[in-house]
Design a protein around this ligand. Structure first.
Ligand SMILES: NC(=O)c1ccc[n+]([C@@H]2O[C@H](COP(=O)([O-])OP(=O)(O)OC[C@H]3O[C@@H](n4cnc5c(N)ncnc54)[C@H](OP(=O)(O)O)[C@@H]3O)[C@@H](O)[C@H]2O)c1
Length: 280
């Protein structure tokens, strides 16, 4: 049995675009022990310069094809940020590679692909619609990827990600230290996720060869202001100044719930699990 598992895992060469980032790096740590894993970074860093698994890559200047040629991945995970036009072109080149090889692309999309709908949470088959530049950009890449052979594409729609050392939590800790206010959006109803769970979900999608559109938010919904207050009470005993930011007078949903492409129970996440993970 052990041998079979080993052979299965050795089958893949995985390239993580944005492996020096918050989510990309968490994915690298999760997959690294099991697969031949490569990653890209943009900001110069001695550790990465000396690591032959890492390639320096700037989406605005470099051709992703050269990196694809160099590491010949069987799975590409896109966890990039950077100029939207340049990212779109890079994903066009990735698509050409996906078509030319039997490679699979796993794209980190966002709940923002639904940010024009405010009355309901969204499910996998709902039509995407966004009025933000970010959401619009994610939709453009999603739509292009959805034209590929369906077994070769996984689109992961992800809500706000939290974790012990996530940028959002580090920002809150800094605000607490400097006695600055923490902003909350009282009318926003959303779901959330945990970095560790997200990387396990991706590991599962790879191992089980799953594809399609995944909604990877917590199974329950939270109000942004209440959730942030709960987070603050997990990470500090101090009284924190809260700044309420009203973007509309009515409640607004930004939530991606699974209905058709569900992961097994042990990979589902609740907002309570996210909160519990922050106090460790
Ligand atoms: N964080 C969330 O809550 C969240 C929620 C939904 C979806 N997402 C999606 O998940 C993906 C990763 O997000 P993240 O929060 O992990 O972002 P992040 O921490 O800012 O990481 C971004 C990664 O992209 C690289 N990068 C930035 N500009 C680049 C450029 N011009 N050329 C090449 N590489 C560049 C960074 O490299 P350096 O660090 O080396 O400069 C880093 O590796 C994004 O696509 C985001 O839309 C994130």
């Amino acid at each position: 049995m052990k041998q079979v598992e080993k052979d299965e895992s050795q089958k893949h060469r995985i390239l993580i675009l944005g492996a020096s980032g918050y989510i990309g790096n968490a994915i690298y740590k999760e997959l690294g022990p099991y697969f031949r894993t490569f990653g890209t970074y943009r900001t110069p860093n001695k550790d990465y310069d000396n690591n032959h698994q890492f390639f320096q890559y700037n989406v605005e200047e470099d051709d992703v094809y050269e990196i694809l040629e160099a590491c010949k991945p069987s799975i590409i995970i896109s966890a990039l940020r950077g100029d939207f036009n340049a990212q779109f072109i890079a994903h066009q080149h990735i698509e050409e590679y996906v078509i030319a090889t039997n490679c699979k692309i796993i794209f980190l999309s966002s709940a923002n692909v639904f940010d024009s709908y405010s009355k309901f949470p969204s499910y996998e088959l709902d039509k995407t619609l966004s009025h933000s530049i970010y959401g619009h950009f994610k939709i453009k890449i999603e739509n292009s990827l959805l034209r590929l052979a369906k077994q070769q594409v996984a689109i992961l729609r992800v809500p706000m990600v939290f974790g012990l050392n996530s940028p959002r939590i580090l920002e809150m800790k800094e605000a607490i230290l400097e006695t600055n206010a923490v902003e909350v959006f009282p009318n926003l109803i959303m779901n959330v996720t945990l970095d560790k769970k997200l990387t396990q979900q991706i590991h599962y999608i790879i191992n089980r060869n799953k594809y399609g559109v995944f909604h990877l938010g917590s199974t329950d919904l939270v109000h942004h202001d209440e959730f942030v207050k709960d987070v603050l009470s997990q990470i500090t005993e101090k009284k924190v100044v809260i700044k309420q930011v009203f973007t509309s007078n009515e409640d607004r949903y930004l939530a991606v719930l699974p209905k058709f492409n569900k992961l097994p129970k042990h990979l589902q996440v609740t907002s309570e699990m996210v909160l519990n993970a922050l106090s460790k």
